[in-house]
Design a protein around this ligand. Structure first.
Ligand code: GLA
Length: 381
């Protein structure tokens, strides 16, 4: 029996995220430390009586609809032909049905109208925001009773199997569980989470996003290749996941693996240590103490994991030269944004430095703005 929901309509929303540190460690069952940002995707949702789910959005004039009953057969085919933005919410509905085992014929249909101010393709996880807003709306309107972590898993299933992007679970957890002024420390093996106070405001710091404007997609290309290299590295080293390697294993990895695979492995192993060190530094000394870890993370992504771009390197170098406490690219890489931790009174100088450095190199002007660690997904009205 499906319990009766408290209401028939409402507004739900979920945020994008910035990752403070811990890049590409999630699908290696390691550690990450992302935080939800104030930019959100909203879903105005209402029940309908005909078993149809219909999605509309402010960024595409054409609505997309499907019978709930048809979702399994639709998403059985990788070439389902659903536009990518609509595959996120329809994929979440499909994944929710699969996860709960509820018969689609027992559920009412839904209208979902999306609007969003999360920058798309900037590495701030507009995808987790649309997934989180959808999952939260379905959880209430279908009275599913799922926990935020279970909703995060449904979001990841949608992204992996409906959209076809082989991502990990960091973004969905960050979007579901965010808290103001805090980051979510997530162990991607156990899925244990802990909220870590950031205290940027109290320390007189701001987190700047420098969006290079270079768009990326994780459904194609480099992201999947990196994931495959990591899986090869783990299999060659005889461990279930790279999470299981320590710094002491690196000499053996170097002897055993080809140079490229070894460097991919070294990034993951050292990045896991950097996440743990960042959590410790935040707890013991506060955010001024994490700058070197951010910088080391960027160097590792640039040199070992090779997912940075000249634009991202320029943003990081310019921010540091202008006095940022630390800076690194954030998200999956191959484009998107860098973050810089900057003292309040240097925000203007860092912005100017990055803007000039881009102009000197003939890059399109970056889009630079601050983000504030914010609350996670939920019902707004
Ligand atoms: C993307 C993916 C995440 C994670 C990051 C890299 O954002 O969605 O799962 O792998 O890249 O850290």
């Amino acid at each position: 029996m499906i319990p009766t929901p408290a209401s028939d309509s409402g507004v739900w929303s979920a945020p994008g995220r910035a990752n403070l540190i811990g890049e590409h460690t999630d699908y290696n069952e390691g550690f990450v430390l992302p935080f939800a940002i104030e930019y959100r995707t909203r879903a105005k949702a209402s029940r309908r009586d005909d078993g149809i789910i219909r999605v509309t959005s402010t960024f595409d004039p054409t609505p997309v609809e499907a019978a709930l009953d048809d979702l399994p057969s639709l998403f059985d085919h990788p070439d389902h032909g659903i536009p990518e933005w609509a595959a996120y919410p329809l994929g979440v509905a499909w994944a929710a049905l699969r996860a709960t085992g509820i018969d689609a014929r027992e559920l009412p249909g839904l209208d979902l109208a999306f609007s969003s101010d999360v920058p798309i393709g900037a590495g701030l996880s507009s995808s987790a925001a649309i997934e989180g807003a959808t999952a939260s709306a379905l959880n209430d309107l279908w009275a599913l009773g799922l926990s935020p972590l279970e909703l995060a898993k449904i979001g990841r299933t949608a992204e992996n199997d409906a959209v076809g992007a082989p991502t990990g679970i960091m973004d969905q957890v960050a979007s579901m569980l965010g808290r103001a002024d805090a980051a979510t420390f997530l162990d991607c093996r156990t899925l244990a989470t802990e909220s870590i106070d950031l205290g940027f405001d109290a320390a007189g710091l701001r987190l700047l996003v420098i969006d290079t404007g270079v768009k990326h997609s994780h459904a194609t290309g480099g992201y999947g290749e990196r994931r495959a290299s990591c899986e090869l590295g783990a299999a060659s080293m005889g461990v279930p996941a790279l999470r299981d390697l320590t710094l002491d294993d690196l000499p053996r990895a170097q002897a055993l693996l080809d140079d490229v695979t070894f460097r991919r492995v070294r990034h993951i192993v050292t990045e896991n240590y950097r996440v743990l060190d960042t959590v410790r530094a935040l707890r013991e000394s506060g955010p001024h103490a994490i700058g070197d870890l951010l910088v080391a993370s960027h160097a590792s992504m640039r040199d070992d994991f090779e997912i940075s771009t000249p634009e991202l390197d320029t943003a990081v170098d310019a921010a540091l030269a202008a006095g940022a406490v630390g800076a690194r690219m954030t998200g999956g890489g191959f484009g998107g944004a860098a973050i810089a931790l900057v003292a309040d009174d240097l925000v203007g100088a860092v912005t100017d430095a990055a803007t000039s450095a881009f102009a000197e190199r003939g890059y399109a002007a970056p889009h630079i703005f601050t983000v504030t660690p914010s609350r996670g997904a939920g019902r707004d009205a």
